[in-house]
Design a protein around this ligand. Structure first.
Ligand code: ATP
Length: 450
């Protein structure tokens, strides 16, 4: 068994009241149902590291579904069941009106069969549940019923957090699940820990046994996306290079100095973007898929996207935008050098998705162009004319395609500073309507002379 330590005070001092209340509620309900209940995994790790974590994973020894139902009833929520995996999710609305989710798993007493011919062991159900996890720092639990706050630490997770070590629980861990190689790197870099010596040897061993080849693209994709969503993916990519993980996934994806510099810029620009807008959700990880394939041809890039499990629809988008970027890059640089007006740059940038704009910004070393792309992202692309179709109708223009053409021309003039106010835009519209009508006159067939 583990050392007895209570986290009750840490929970009281460090967690926001709603989270604390949820943990107490789960404990009370567990006690009344006669079910031992624990909060487990990343939540406990981050509590000890004093980092925020909103994902509460509960484990009940016994019928977790009963606990989930009781929680849903108390919280006015509902339960989504996954019978096959003995897990359920409680979905409810918190006091701020936001939707929240709570995972509840069932731990049963069972025999653990090692993947190789090792002796079968019998473990208590919570110990069994924790033993299946990836690293000691993720294999901690806190008891919620009865002795609220008691830390359950069978595998030295507490010590490893103190020593800043990523360590697996047994030697076959990476054989069981090779995605853990990527997870080890991710947690190591996120927390500034280091992968323990024994664990590093096991990673290298797994790689030399080509275990990565057995991973499906879907599994790889799941973990790879998590990596790209970290604050500093480049540190993870670099470490993967050092451990030979790229080599094992796709040799040509390794980090060249050029790619490294580009990824560094991408990371800075993604950070900049995240500071600006939280509400508009680009797919920031997508830029890293592009960056990692910098300098590779279409066929190899497509092959890498397939191997990394990028879903079909996204793959098509990324590959076509990639082609578009190739021709656009030099065109933009030329137009910028010629002193093109903002509206001309906007017209070129308009077809690009946000992720690719960020990518383009990272890729260019032309400072004025970079500045203009950033202006496009923050301002220009959201700009609209200050007059509307109604204004055009009042000026005597019938609804039709000409309306759109004129509003677009007005917007261009506004972007270029030629019609900054609504009045100047109205005046411009009036003169453009005159021209449109002149064109119609000209287009009318001239009567045949007799
Ligand atoms: P994050 O902060 O990135 O969400 P997390 O530890 O909460 O980290 P999840 O992927 O949500 O990560 O996993 C929750 C828990 O499930 C982990 O703490 C770990 O105990 C366990 N786990 C997840 N993936 C694996 C895996 N591949 N092998 C073993 N255990 C895993």
């Amino acid at each position: 068994g583990g050392k007895e330590r209570s986290l009750a005070k840490l929970i009281q001092d460090r967690l926001p009241a709603p989270t604390r209340d949820l943990l107490h509620l789960a404990g009370r309900l567990g006690a009344s149902l006669g079910l031992p209940v624990y909060v487990v995994g990343g939540f406990v790790r981050d509590l000890l590291l004093q980092r925020p974590n909103q994902d509460i994973d509960l484990v009940a020894e016994g019928d977790g579904l009963r606990l989930a139902r009781a929680l849903a009833k108390e919280l006015g929520g509902r339960v989504r069941e996954h019978r096959k995996f003995l897990t359920s999710m409680v979905i409810f609305t918190d006091t701020q009106g936001r939707e929240q989710r709570l995972d509840v798993a069932t731990a049963r007493l069972e025999y653990y069969e090692h993947p190789a011919a090792l002796p079968t062991v019998e473990l208590s159900s919570i110990k069994m549940d924790l033993f299946r996890r990836d690293f000691s720092i993720n294999a901690l639990a806190v008891r919620l019923d009865g002795s609220f706050g008691q830390l359950v630490d069978f595998f030295g997770g507490q010590r490893d957090i103190k020593d800043k070590v990523i360590r697996v629980l047994h030697t076959l861990s990476f054989v069981e699940d090779p995605t853990r190689c990527l997870r080890a790197v991710r947690f190591e870099q996120r927390y500034g820990f280091h992968i323990g010596q024994g664990t590093e040897k096991l990673i290298k061993n797994a790689l030399s046994l080509k275990l990565m080849d057995r991973l499906s693209p879907q599994r790889l994709y799941g973990e790879f996306r998590h990596l790209c969503e970290e604050d500093a993916p480049l540190a993870c990519f670099t470490r993967m290079d050092q451990l030979g993980i790229w080599e094992a996934i796709a040799p040509q994806l390794g980090l060249t100095p050029t790619r490294k510099a580009l990824l560094q810029r991408l990371q800075e620009i993604s950070g900049w973007y995240r500071l600006l807008y939280f509400e508009e959700e680009p797919l920031p990880w997508l830029v890293y898929f592009l960056g990692l394939n910098h300098g590779l041809n279409y066929a190899l890039t497509a092959e890498h996207y397939r191997r990394l499990g990028l879903p079909e629809a996204l793959r098509a988008v990324v590959l076509s935008q990639r082609e578009h970027l190739r021709s656009l890059g030099s065109q933009l640089a030329r137009r910028q050098a010629e002193g093109a007006a903002p509206s001309a740059l906007c017209a070129l940038l308009r077809p690009l998705r946000l992720e690719f704009l960020l990518y383009l910004m990272a890729q260019t070393s032309d400072a004025p162009l970079q500045k203009n792309i950033s202006r496009y992202i923050t301002q220009w692309r959201r700009e609209t004319a200050d007059i509307t179709g109604d204004d055009l109708r009042r000026l005597g223009l019938a609804p039709g395609p000409a309306c759109g053409r004129i509003l677009a021309a007005v917007l261009r003039a506004k972007l270029d500073g030629q019609a900054p106010t609504a009045e100047s835009q109205l005046a411009l519209a009036a003169s453009l309507i005159g021209q449109e009508q002149g064109k119609e006159e000209a287009a009318r067939p001239t009567p045949l002379a007799h």
